[in-house]
Design a protein around this ligand. Structure first.
Ligand code: 9MR
Length: 386
């Protein structure tokens, strides 16, 4: 049994990752999720995902790495060259109370990634969720929290975290999910978050400036879900995102790119994905697909959907999932000058936040699903789907 997640002597290849799964499962693990029927599981390919897209864009996964088995770590080394910490770099775990910071898990993650030649993408500095209430409560003198106090707290948080990982984290999701769901797209439609209420709409530009101050070399991105959908007609959340990004650029925010989260499903509009990438490119911004998954049940492409999940999934549905992934990667390939990184939101259906909806390319037992080969084929120039 390993200690924590540090150290794995396994040779990093997908074959080993697939066969050794479950033998060394140290510590915190989610509930077992349903798996692909063995008749649907694919044999493990010898090429890693990251190698199939080498020179085009980075291929990432999301994980905090704690409690991962040797097989899971080997799977990560075989397939990904960048990791987004799924939760451990968010404001709640890093600064649970004012000026009390906790770096145990992110430090270990960054070290393991450095030791294994894997880059780290920071997630996230400013968000309405997973942020402790003290940020928005009265200070020690009991006075109501002012714009100045809220700014000072956010600045201190960003300077401390980005400064700590300067040169070791390649970029940050500086602001996450600032746009509301459901608007027509005629305004920025910012969420009525505590950050927006206390500081005002310039909280985004300020956050980008502080992040840049702490690490001028880091890539700085705005990250959100559903901002691709509606782009062909330039409406809804996509249109709002364009208004917001144009304003940030005008205000001099040091923003390099946009993270389209990519929590998608079988009926996601693929033309909208491509148009959104082109729209952000037209603003001079890079794009990453920052939290990719494609659910096979439940519909709904929002980040916090209701329903769906569990139950049997047909072989046909997994084939459809493979087709959707292939179409998406075909787009990413064709826009590889703009796309800097494609990050899956988890390593397997067992580790996914939507495990019941089977959204990833390795199943609950870390066996390759049809989607994996379909994506590799696109990367390697075979069977390209138009
Ligand atoms: O995958 C993350 C899950 O483990 C957490 O419980 C959840 C808390 O809000 O956050 C999930 O990750 C989210 C990401 O940080 C931002 N975009 C939406 C992701 C899925 O909810």
């Amino acid at each position: 049994m390993m200690n924590g997640f540090v150290g794995s002597g396994l040779i990093a290849c997908a074959m080993l990752a697939a066969t050794a799964y479950g033998q060394n499962n140290g510590g915190t693990t989610p509930e077992a999720a349903p798996q692909t029927n063995s008749s649907q599981a694919e044999s493990a390919p010898s090429v890693g995902l990251k190698d199939a897209f080498a020179g085009k864009f980075l291929i990432g996964t999301a994980s905090d790495l704690r409690g991962y088995s040797d097989a899971e770590l080997a799977n990560i080394k075989a397939n990904y060259n960048v990791i987004t910490p799924e939760n451990c770099m968010k404001p709640q775990p890093t600064q649970p109370s004012e000026d009390t910071f906790n770096w145990t898990t992110p430090d270990a993650l960054v070290k393991w990634c450095q030791d294994n030649n894997i880059k780290v993408w920071g997630h996230t500095l400013c968000w309405h969720a997973q942020t402790p209430n003290w940020f928005f409560q009265p200070g020690a003198d009991g006075q109501p929290v002012t714009r100045e106090l809220a700014m000072a707290r956010l600045k201190n948080h960003i300077l401390t975290e980005v400064g700590r990982y300067k040169g070791r984290v390649i970029g940050w999701d500086v602001v996450n999910e600032a746009i509301n769901d459901g608007g027509a797209g005629e305004t920025e439609n910012l969420r009525n978050s505590s950050w927006n209420r206390l500081i005002g709409p310039d909280f985004l530009t300020l956050a980008f400036k502080w992040a840049h101050e702490a690490d001028p070399e880091a890539q700085l991105y705005y990250n959100d879900y559903n901002i691709d959908q509606g782009s062909v007609e330039n409406k809804g959340k996509h249109a709002s995102s364009m208004l917001l990004l144009k304003r940030l650029l005008k205000e001099g925010a040091p923003i390099n790119g946009v993270g389209i989260q990519g929590h998608w499903h079988l009926d996601t509009s693929i033309p909208d994905v491509e148009k959104a990438i082109a729209d952000y490119e037209s603003l001079g911004l890079k794009v990453s697909i920052s939290e990719l998954d494609v659910t096979v049940t439940g519909g709904n492409s929002g980040a916090f959907p209701g329903g769906g999940g569990g139950g049997p999934v047909s072989a046909e549905a997994f084939q459809q999932q493979a087709q959707v992934y292939a179409k998406l990667f075909d787009i990413f390939n064709r826009h590889s000058k703009t796309i800097s990184r494609v990050t899956f939101w988890g390593i397997s259906d067992r580790r996914s936040w939507r495990s019941g909806q089977r959204p990833l390319v390795f199943d609950a037992r870390l066996q390759p699903k049809p989607a994996l080969q379909a994506i590799l084929d696109v990367g390697l120039g075979k069977n390209v789907t138009k």
